[in-house]
Design a protein around this ligand. Structure first.
Ligand code: FES
Length: 572
């Protein structure tokens, strides 16, 4: 146990020099008497709330409940607004800024008198960003997930974020619904605060945070507007104070076993393909090397048990009522490391002691899984030497072994302009290829990976096709979409060499992605390929372009992913 003099914040407030005097003076300026904060753990609450992020609109209020818990446990809470990454509004994609929030998180925690951190996020990139930064900063840290929004509703039909938006947009393009129906859908899709309530990237990553051991048990599944969410926020605030006294740093929670369990859980959830990139990056910050191989190996022994859209039938609200993440984990205990410590200070096994499943269709038993193998398959081949991924459980099974002629789009603009052009001669057997959408080419790997199906095929009833890109795909999306092709086309990856009409073979059972073109011909094409001119000459974009790594390496900045000196500031 720590003594008050051992607290990091003591260096700012506790001594007897000019700077300590100045810091105490300014604490009085903030309105606090010394006895309200001296000798108490200072808890930094990093809040990604903002007016532009609908998924986090309740976090301003929820931070007050975190503070309530901190005060009750004898700590001193200070809220820090940090970059809000709104999946809906930030362009070209918040993924471009994930590492910026990670840097901000790390440097705020390092440079201010903070003893422990409460991290408040949930909308897709906010979770990995906050956790990457906190892992690098190394303080005791607890994550407060934003929680999923309520189910969507349209004419009595349950709607899922993203998933049903894509579905009904296609119905509109096919001429099956009109403006009136679309206006009703616009009102019914997102009905409350909270992140997407499908098993998209948000639910996947907050669940990953929980199984990593960084939230209170059950926290990730609680709907954002449920009273239990208020209580969880207050309890998290109280718990971080205890973690500071116990010196339960984030490094003591995040070990190799924790990341293996996170992969297992994400796969059993049928979670987002984005988790592959984020978990590799997060593990890198913990000094642990994860690779696509780890995902593939674990996927072969983990069944999908969560029957949640887009790979299943239900939504996160149903998942919560069915027992939530603890319920699911209680069915995976033989695949998890139950003896490792979580933020509770107790083994993971203790968090699952009372876990139950109340609906066997939402959280399937092991003998009746949604799919017998994990939800993500890793592919290799001459088209993806560094690897690619596909969420095969959300694809038409008939397309998982498929050969077809390529129709190539150089970038998203090109795709939007030409996808419905009848002159392209696209058939249901064609393989749609999008390049120029990777970490550098996008930039930021925008979620373009679920390429639209041409309107004339939609009208014929076609709802899935093989699509290949170096982009990502929203976790709420679905279809036979091969994603994260590495290396990306922008740096000369083989995707840059594909031409219209080339045959491409996708074979998920053998985990291969092959361009049926002779090596000699590919070499000829490579010789005439010219690297694109740099897009950014200044600003954050230039820093990003210089240091971003490829998808199979987690898309972290090379200088953040490595170990090395980064000294504590002198508080004097
Ligand atoms: Fe925020 Fe989906 S838009 S989680």
């Amino acid at each position: 146990m720590k003594a008050p003099e051992d607290l990091r914040s003591h260096r700012w407030f506790g001594g007897d020099d000019l700077r300590n005097f100045s810091h105490r003076t300014r604490a009085r300026q903030l309105g606090y008497e010394p006895e309200e904060h001296l000798g108490k753990p200072v808890i930094g609450i990093l809040n990604t709330w903002s007016d532009i992020n609908p998924c986090h609109q309740h976090l301003r209020e929820r931070a007050e409940q975190v503070k309530r818990g901190v005060w009750q446990a004898g700590g001193f809470p200070l809220e820090f607004p940090v970059a809000t990454l709104s999946e809906t509004y930030q362009k070209p994609t918040p993924m471009l800024y994930r590492n910026l929030l990670a840097m901000e998180t790390e440097e705020l925690l390092r440079s201010y008198p903070v003893d422990g951190a409460v991290l408040m996020g949930g909308c897709d990139k906010t979770t990995p960003a906050l956790l990457m930064g906190a892992a690098s900063a190394g303080l005791p840290s607890i994550f407060v997930p934003a929680g999923p929004m309520l189910r969507g509703n349209w004419r009595g039909e349950v709607l899922g974020s993203g998933t049903d938006m894509w579905k009904y947009w296609d119905e509109r393009r096919a001429g099956r619904i009109g403006d009136r129906e679309l206006a009703e859908l616009e009102r019914g899709l997102a009905r409350s605060p909270g992140h997407c309530m499908t098993m998209g990237t948000a639910s996947t990553m907050t669940s990953a945070a929980e199984v990593l051991g960084l939230t209170l048990p059950g926290a990730a599944s609680i709907p954002a507007v449920d009273s239990a969410h208020h209580r969880m926020a207050a309890a998290s605030g109280a718990r971080i104070v205890g973690m500071v006294w116990e010196d339960l740093t984030i490094a003591k929670v995040l070990d190799e076993r924790a990341y293996a369990d996170a992969i297992t859980t994400v796969l059993a959830l049928g979670g987002s393909t984005n988790a592959v990139i984020h978990l590799i990056a997060m593990a890198g910050r913990s000094g642990i090397s994860l690779s696509l191989k780890d995902f593939d190996e674990i996927a072969r022994r983990v069944p999908v048990l969560a029957n949640i859209r887009p790979g299943g039938d239900w939504l996160m609200e149903d998942f919560y009522y069915a027992g939530g993440l603890p319920g699911l984990l209680s069915r995976l205990t033989d695949l998890l490391h139950l003896d490792r410590i979580t933020v509770t200070g107790q083994p993971l096994a203790d968090s699952l002691a009372d876990a139950r499943v109340h609906n066997d269709d939402v959280i399937r038993p092991r003998d009746n899984p949604v799919a017998s193998e994990g939800g993500v398959a890793v592919l290799h081949g001459n088209l993806a030497p560094g690897g690619a991924v596909i969420k095969h459980i959300a694809a038409d099974p008939a397309l998982l072994s498929h050969t077809g002629p390529a129709v190539v789009f150089d970038n998203y603009k090109d795709l939007k302009k030409r996808i419905d052009d009848p002159a392209l001669g696209i058939t249901a057997d064609s393989v749609l290829v999008l390049r120029g959408s990777g970490p550098l080419g996008g930039p930021g790997m925008p979620e373009y990976g679920m390429l639209p199906i041409p309107a004339h095929l939609l009208e014929q009833g076609v709802r899935d096709m093989v699509r290949i890109s170096d982009a990502r795909m929203s976790g709420t999306s679905y279809g036979a979409c091969v994603l994260h092709v590495a290396p990306e086309s922008h740096v000369g990856g083989p995707l840059a060499l594909v031409r219209d009409g080339d045959l491409i073979t996708l074979d998920v059972p053998s985990r291969t992605l092959q361009l049926q073109v002779e090596d000699a011909e590919l070499e000829r094409r490579r010789a005439s390929w010219a690297a694109p001119a740099p897009r950014f000459e200044r600003g954050y974009g230039a820093l990003y372009a210089e240091h971003i790594t490829q998808a199979d390496e987690g898309c972290d900045f090379d200088f953040l992913a490595r170990a090395g000196a980064n000294p504590e500031p002198d508080a004097g």
